[in-house]
Design a protein around this ligand. Structure first.
Ligand code: UDP
Length: 325
């Protein structure tokens, strides 16, 4: 298939592009490179530098790609930033999304796989979180992704565009070639590994008074290659669906730090800090539905194996992509 990938220069997009190409698909990456990196785009893919904010630019690139399907990763994705700059999230994630959907209508592209998030659920009444739980976001990031999910329903009903929305839990790890490199790094695992590399003096724990066994937040970390695999399976589905995507296991911030110490063999200095606004205590996925309907099963369950792949990539690219390494 020909796949048009928005955000294909970003962390998750770049690795899904690599897997699509490995599976024999043809890929056009559409990215404005504000968050992504040129060096993260697999050289086997075609690349168009463009912006979802410009309807004509999206439409022209989509038409030229002759796409059979779209994978839509391009978005702003930081909970904390969304709490201080909500306009950025609604403008880029919602308006940009409308331009993409309109271009799909005009170019008759009838399939989209969408990067959604567990942040659409807010603070869940129970875990694991399955697809029947109500979506009540507690930050503008989650709200912007939920708004796009809701729009998808109408583009299906009115224009016949089939969607698969994947609500990622915490993507982590790396492939052999591509890894996680944000210009401003807020995520837990890369921040810990920067301490292990000697690039940061310590890692902050945001909140030690959560109602969890060790007082720190629990998240469901999923290996980026398992996540990419779910995208491959999503392409095979002809009906619209929404799936939660995690391993079903929960790891606390302190447990992640301990696992990083073990994997790297290096000491990690820890600084305990107050809670970060917008963080729910515990997010764990039920991925029963995608397992049953698409046969998806994560290959990497242990947090150590996820961290090992990330550590290997960070050791090989200590300065990320900007050095051209
Ligand atoms: N976190 C932390 N220190 C950091 C970064 C994150 O304690 O330097 C915590 C954060 O509060 C959350 C968890 O680690 O509970 C995962 O955060 P991350 O930003 O990696 O992903 P998110 O869950 O926000 O998507």
């Amino acid at each position: 298939m020909n796949i048009f990938v928005t955000g294909g220069a970003g962390y998750i997009g770049s690795i899904c592009v690599e897997e699509l190409l490995n599976a024999g698909h043809q890929v056009t990456v559409f990215d404005n490179l504000t968050e992504g990196h040129r060096a993260a785009i697999d050289p086997r893919a075609a690349f168009v530098q463009g912006d979802l904010a410009l309807p004509e630019s999206v439409k022209a690139a989509l038409a030229a790609s002759k796409a059979d399907a779209v994978m839509h990763f391009a978005a702003n994705a930081l909970v904390g930033e969304s709490m201080t700059d909500p306009s950025k999230y609604f403008r880029n994630n919602v308006n940009g999304g409308i331009n993409l959907l309109q271009a799909m209508v005009e170019c008759s592209v009838r399939k989209i796989v969408f990067s959604s998030t567990c942040a659409t659920f807010g603070t869940p009444d129970r875990v694991p979180i399955d697809e029947t739980l109500p979506q009540k976001p507690i930050n503008p990031y989650g709200e912007s992704k939920l708004m796009f999910e809701q729009m998808l329903r109408w583009y299906d009903e009115i224009h016949g565009i089939r969607h698969v929305a994947l609500r990622y839990f915490n993507a982590a790890g790396a492939s052999e070639r591509f890894g996680e490199d944000h210009r401003i790094e807020t995520h837990l695992i890369p921040n810990i590994l920067k301490v292990a590399l000697g690039q940061k003096s310590g890692v902050s724990i945001f909140g030690t008074d959560y109602p969890t066994p060790d007082g720190t937040c629990i998240r469901d970390y999923i290996h980026i290659l398992d996540l990419a695999q779910a995208h491959m399976l999503a392409l095979t589905r002809n009906e619209s669906a929404k799936y939660n995507l995690g391993t079903g296991g929960g790891t606390s911030v302190r447990e992640v730090i301990a696992a990083c110490k073990k994997v790297t063999g290096r000491d990690i200095h820890v600084v305990e800090e107050p809670r970060r606004p917008g963080d729910p205590a515990r997010l764990i996925a039920s991925s029963e539905k995608i397992h049953t309907e698409l046969g998806w099963t994560p290959r990497f369950q242990a947090i150590e194996s996820i961290i090992e792949s990330a550590w290997k990539w960070h050791l090989a690219h200590p300065k990320g992509y900007e050095t051209g390494s």
